[in-house]
Design a protein around this ligand. Structure first.
Ligand SMILES: NC(=O)c1ccc[n+]([C@@H]2O[C@H](COP(=O)([O-])OP(=O)(O)OC[C@H]3O[C@@H](n4cnc5c(N)ncnc54)[C@H](OP(=O)(O)O)[C@@H]3O)[C@@H](O)[C@H]2O)c1
Length: 228
């Protein structure tokens, strides 16, 4: 996710890793500096974007809390309250992006601060920063897990659908490149058309337009499994 965010922003980065070399690879691509500790990043950055696994919350905070000027977290299953406990006195922002941020077509759910909790100017800057990566959707935190199940996991789920359709087309004799183009353009056009028709205002639209495949038990139960 760190790489997807950084590629979407397209700016030089200050970053660190646990020694894998991924930070250096990112700097090779985008410019900036791979620093040898999280503390060094926190000392120099105006905003630290946490992109480690949720289990790293306490260890990383142990290194940088009190030094980081502001923290934006994209950690799954890590509520704002948990961030505030380990980063006391530091402005913290909880966001949930999906991988399409890499091409600036992402969805970024954002749980806005309670009134008076954060400096509005700083909050506006953070929202604008993530707004460069796609659509920022403000969302009450109680709905964030459900939203993550569709927009966070969605790209993987939809990629599986693309692969399955491309494979089927290839089995029927189409070249892979052509099949991929047909499927991806179809998905893209369908998304644009669906957005234009404002499906939320027309609940019966999907039933009318959906192919029988999408009404099958297996498709719907797969969606339930993904979001479980
Ligand atoms: N993947 C998604 O689609 C997605 C979507 C939304 C949110 N998220 C959230 O994004 C976070 C990262 O997920 P991911 O899929 O990108 O995982 P990932 O591929 O495993 O990347 C995690 C990165 O964090 C680095 N890291 C781990 N512990 C660190 C530490 N103590 N100090 C410095 N760097 C550390 C790792 O360094 P090394 O390279 O050295 O291992 C690695 O580069 C998770 O909290 C996840 O919930 C992911």
């Amino acid at each position: 996710m760190a790489r997807a965010l950084a590629r979407g922003w397209g700016d030089p980065v200050l970053c660190s890793d646990t020694g894998s070399g991924r930070a250096a690879a990112l700097v090779e691509e985008l410019g900036g500096e791979a620093l040898d500790s999280n503390l060094a990043v926190a000392e120099r950055a105006d905003l630290v974007v946490l992109c480690h696994k949720p289990a790293g919350l306490k260890p990383v905070a142990g290194e940088i809390a009190g030094v980081a000027k502001a923290v934006a977290s994209v950690l799954g299953a890590t509520p704002t309250g948990a961030l505030q406990v380990v980063y006391p006195g530091t402005p913290v922002f909880r966001l949930m992006p999906n991988t399409a941020v890499e091409v600036r077509r992402g969805v970024v759910c954002y749980t806005p601060a309670r009134v008076g909790e954060l400096d509005p100017a700083l909050e506006a800057e953070v929202v604008a920063l993530f707004g460069r990566l796609g659509t920022v959707v403000p969302l009450d935190e109680q709905y964030l897990e459900a939203a993550t199940a569709v927009m966070g996991v969605g790209p993987a789920y939809q990629a599986l659908l693309v692969e399955a359709q491309v494979d089927a087309a290839v089995r029927h004799g189409l070249g892979h490149e052509l099949a991929a183009r047909l499927v991806i353009e179809t998905m893209s056009g369908t998304a644009a058309r669906r957005a234009a028709r404002r499906p939320a205002a027309s609940p019966r639209w999907s039933a009318r337009e959906s192919a029988p495949l999408f009404r099958t038990r297996s498709m719907r139960s797969s969606a339930r499994i993904v979001s479980a």
